[in-house]
Design a protein around this ligand. Structure first.
Ligand code: FAD
Ligand code: S2G
Ligand code: ZN
Length: 479
């Protein structure tokens, strides 16, 4: 069975859902709204956030407990029904929606806090907790979640772990591989893997939880996690600076680490074309006029006055060095929110253009913005917009190209050029969004044959029937 959308992709030999399966699922999930089969209810689950991937699932299952997830997986594994685990469905690589008619297993109703140890700051919660909701919950205890992203209003912590999401605070708090202490997951055969420890140190055998962080739903369904939550900073300030060139941004970055040191909590940039997108599509405005580049620096410390002094001194120093032409420092939350909005809402702004070709790459800093310039040169005026922004502090560029609707010529101009360009400079073709469906066949641009071979072996041993998120992460043909 091939699909009209992906003519060269054959559906795997999975079973199709029968009425008998539906009644088995309904026995397992008895209340209303837990087994969805009505076409009108299914479309949101079948379409990704970018509206560029659409599957044809005939059933969405909404379990509340780990045991129910286990029961679902037992049935699907017996019946060889393919399953897509889905959290907030904010993923950007087509990993969270079916390719054909896979069953969607949604964590929407698995949104309970399990425990919070206020002294150690360890939060244990179900996978379906929305990131923004647990941030609010822990902030009442003067704690914060060590990850923040523009999708916090709808992404689930289980999805964050499954994609090893980076986000806006990685510079300060590191990756989830470090801040996640424990994971509970259900394997393809329904076995419940309890690695839900809250210990900071536990060197007894292989660190299995790490397997699931970044596995994008292909090795198991994450059902709960324990995370170490840092103290909530007493004082947050944001500086928004305008500068002439990208090399200036790198020099400012070096200085910011030097002069702001331990209070530096984020270092992001957007280019002029990004600001134009924010103005035209979201009606936002720059607080400091127009510049070729903008830098957003966030500090999080314990004493607002000290931090503000430090930031203002830093700003003066950067201006006296001619690295910054203008800048503003915000300490009130509404001004901070508006400045962050210029950065966090770009993904939303881009959607107004029509179709978005999205590239989330890691690059050595000397080459960082060169990719945007190379892409602009290559596309000329065939695309509506070519913009660059991202997490400079992590070496992570978000290159986005837009056109009114999908255009194969533009796509052929971009791919595989963009991935070859990144690989030639020893970057990564996916810094934080994962490979999902869209980028899986570019895995060899960033991983060796031996690495991909071992990944396939692990996949085969954990999911021998290949029912967990097929057509994702691993390449369609092994080399
Ligand atoms: P989904 O989209 O539902 O799923 C994502 C993947 O994880 C899929 O492969 C799915 O099968 C799998 N999955 C989901 N839940 C589970 C589970 N419980 N067990 C096993 N597998 C599961 N990403 C970043 O890294 N950094 C950013 O700064 C960032 N900013 C964003 C801003 C916006 C506006 C948007 C729309 C997205 C952004 N993203 C970012 C991408 C996306 O939000 C992240 O990938 C996020 O972690 C996905 O979480 P989710 O719950 O929506 O997962
Ligand atoms: C970000 C997600 C959105 C995008 O904003 O940091 O990770 O446009 C991105 O890529
Ligand atoms: Zn990002």
């Amino acid at each position: 069975l091939t699909s009209v959308r992906y003519p060269d992709l054959k559906r795997g030999g999975y079973a199709t859902v029968t009425d008998r399966d539906i009644s088995d699922f309904e026995k397992l999930l008895p209340e209303n709204g837990r087994v969805l089969t009505d076409a009108s209810e299914l479309s949101g689950y079948n379409t990704d956030w970018l509206k560029t991937c659409r599957g044809n699932s005939q059933v969405v299952l909404r379990p509340k407990t780990t045991e129910e997830v286990s029961g679902i997986m037992k049935i699907c594994n017996e019946r060889k029904l393919a399953v897509v685990p889905q959290g907030g469905n904010t993923g950007l690589v087509g990993g969270s929606v079916p390719v054909f008619d896979e069953v969607v297993l949604s964590t929407q109703l698995m949104n309970n806090i399990i425990s919070l140890d206020e002294v150690s700051g360890t939060l244990t919660c179900q996978a379906g907790c929305v990131l923004g909701a647990i941030e609010e919950y822990v902030s009442d205890y003067n704690l914060t979640i060590p990850i923040d992203l523009g999708a916090k209003g709808s992404c689930h912590i289980g999805g964050n772990l499954a994609t090893n999401a980076g986000g806006l605070r990685l510079l300060r708090y590191g990756s989830l591989h470090g801040s996640v202490l424990g994971v509970e997951a259900v394997l393809a055969n329904g076995d419940i893997l309890d690695c839900l420890t809250s210990l900071r140190k536990d060197n007894t055998g292989y660190d299995l939880k790490q397997l699931f962080i970044g596995s994008e739903g292909t090795l198991g369904v994450i059902t709960a996690a324990s995370i170490i939550c840092p103290q909530k900073p007493h004082a947050v300030s944001v500086a928004f600076l305008g500068c002439e060139s990208f090399p200036n941004i790198l020099q400012i970055f070096k200085q910011s680490k030097n002069m702001l040191g331990e209070i530096l909590s984020a270092y992001e940039f957007i280019d002029f074309q990004s600001m134009s997108c924010a103005k035209e599509n979201l009606n936002l405005s720059s607080p400091i006029g127009d510049f070729p580049f903008y830098v957003l620096i966030e500090t999080s410390g314990s004493n607002g006055q000290h931090d503000e002094e430090k930031l203002n001194q830093f700003l003066e120093e950067m201006m006296s060095l001619g690295l910054v032409h203008d800048g503003t420092v915000a300490t009130e939350s509404i001004k901070i929110k508006n400045i962050w909005g210029l950065r966090e809402r770009l993904a939303e702004g881009l959607l107004h253009d029509g179709y978005c070709y999205k590239y989330d790459v890691s690059l050595p800093l000397p080459h960082f913005y060169g990719l945007v310039e190379a892409m602009r040169e290559r596309l000329g005026d065939s695309a509506k917009r070519v913009i660059g922004y991202g997490h400079v502090g992590d070496g992570n560029l978000h290159l986005n190209v837009t056109s009114k609707e999908y255009n194969q010529e533009i796509m052929d101009q971009i791919e595989p050029f963009v991935y070859d360009w990144v690989a030639e400079r020893r970057g990564s073709v996916s810094a934080e969004h994962g490979l999902g469906f869209k980028k899986r066949d570019f895995i060899y641009h960033s991983k060796s044959k031996s690495a991909v071979h071992l990944m396939q072996m692990m996949k085969n041993s954990l999911d021998p029937n290949g029912i967990l998120n097929p057509y994702k992460v691993l390449p369609s043909t092994l080399r």
